[in-house]
Design a protein around this ligand. Structure first.
Ligand code: SAM
Length: 312
């Protein structure tokens, strides 16, 4: 799609924008005339597993935009063919985003309509879509969204953990040292935490989570909306032990972790008492790890206090 091709359509699109709003359009058959959409970027959520999970409006937009920017044309192609959509696709992913972005912006500036989809779920969540959205805003271009499936929210609502306040933290670093540091920074956040994680790192990530966040209730939600959907609930250490024993499960995973455990019953004096009892026979490091597991207080907080008490 180049600029010249879209220049001619520009005025038609502009004038059609109002009449199209809220109007019903019939489904164009393959190769038929598209209904003109207002120029801009359309963020369209696609399924996270079950191909039925695409909104009616999402289908309509995907049928009528000039081009669909997607991470992997094979993945998106399956969704399109399931819904008999024959719109052209353009690859827009982590590795070509910088190169591909100007072309997509040119199409919109020339009066075109571009849909952005990710491999699964809501675009711009843990993919390069954010930068395209940002660039549209900077250049004063229209953006709208057809919301729908999202793995983080689906995992959260199925976890049974508090939903009133949550923090989506995306993917943690793959290496334990950096992961530990990032988790330490989240230990005091008074909210349910949501992470995306790969199956092969699951057990190790859960072990680091138990150590840094305290042994909180959690849920490993796997293969959401798919045939083998599974929600496994338990404390972080129970879940970590389970996956250490069974090995890496198959499929895609969202980890949901409850907010910090209520510490009201555990006064500072009581925590000091527990530390003093444990110190004579254990290293400061072991005391911190053990009491973090028992009390749910962050390990680094206990470690700092145990260091102080050990010097006295
Ligand atoms: N944009 C997507 C969304 O709205 O959820 C997420 C994209 S992110 C690159 C991909 C990650 O989402 C996967 O590694 C996995 O952690 C999670 N995910 C995607 N589909 C999932 C599913 N059906 N079940 C569990 N987790 C899923």
């Amino acid at each position: 799609m180049d600029q010249e091709k879209f220049s001619a359509k520009k005025s038609a699109r502009r004038s059609s924008a109002k009449t199209n709003e809220g109007s019903k359009r019939s489904k164009p058959s393959a190769g038929s005339q598209k209904n003109l959409l207002k120029a801009g970027l359309y963020l369209v959520a696609t399924p996270i597993g079950n191909l039925q999970d695409l909104s009616l409006r999402g289908i309509e937009i995907l049928q009528n935009v000039d081009v669909i920017a997607c991470e992997d044309t094979r993945v998106t192609g399956k969704i399109l063919s399931r819904h008999a959509i024959d719109t052209a696709m353009k690859a827009y992913h982590e590795h070509n985003a910088k190169r591909a972005r100007p072309g997509l912006l040119r199409i919109i500036k020339a009066g075109g309509a571009v849909a952005l989809v990710s491999d699964a779920g809501t675009p711009a969540i843990s993919d390069p879509g954010f930068r395209l959205v940002n660039e549209c805003i900077l250049q004063g271009l229209e953006i709208t969204a057809a919301p729908g499936a999202n793995a983080a929210i689906t995992g959260l609502i199925l976890s049974g953990l508090p939903t009133d306040r949550f923090l989506f933290a995306g993917f943690l670093p793959a290496k334990s040292k950096q992961r530990t540091q990032e988790l330490a920074g989240l230990a005091e956040v008074p909210a349910t935490l949501i992470f995306y994680e790969s199956a092969k790192r699951l057990a190790a990530a859960l072990a680091d989570m138990a150590e840094q966040l305290g042994d909180r209730p959690a849920a490993v939600t796997r293969e959401l909306t798919k045939l083998h959907e599974e929600i496994r609930r338990g404390s972080l250490s129970e879940l970590s032990n389970h996956y250490q024993e069974t090995g890496a499960p198959k499929g895609e995973i969202v980890i949901v972790i409850g907010p910090p455990l209520k510490k009201a019953a555990l006064t500072e004096a009581k925590l000091d008492e527990l530390i003093r009892q444990a110190l004579p026979d254990n290293s400061v490091r072991d005391v911190a790890a053990e009491l973090a597991r028992e009390t749910g207080v962050a390990k680094r907080q206990i470690y700092a206090r145990a260091l102080e008490l050990a010097k006295k």
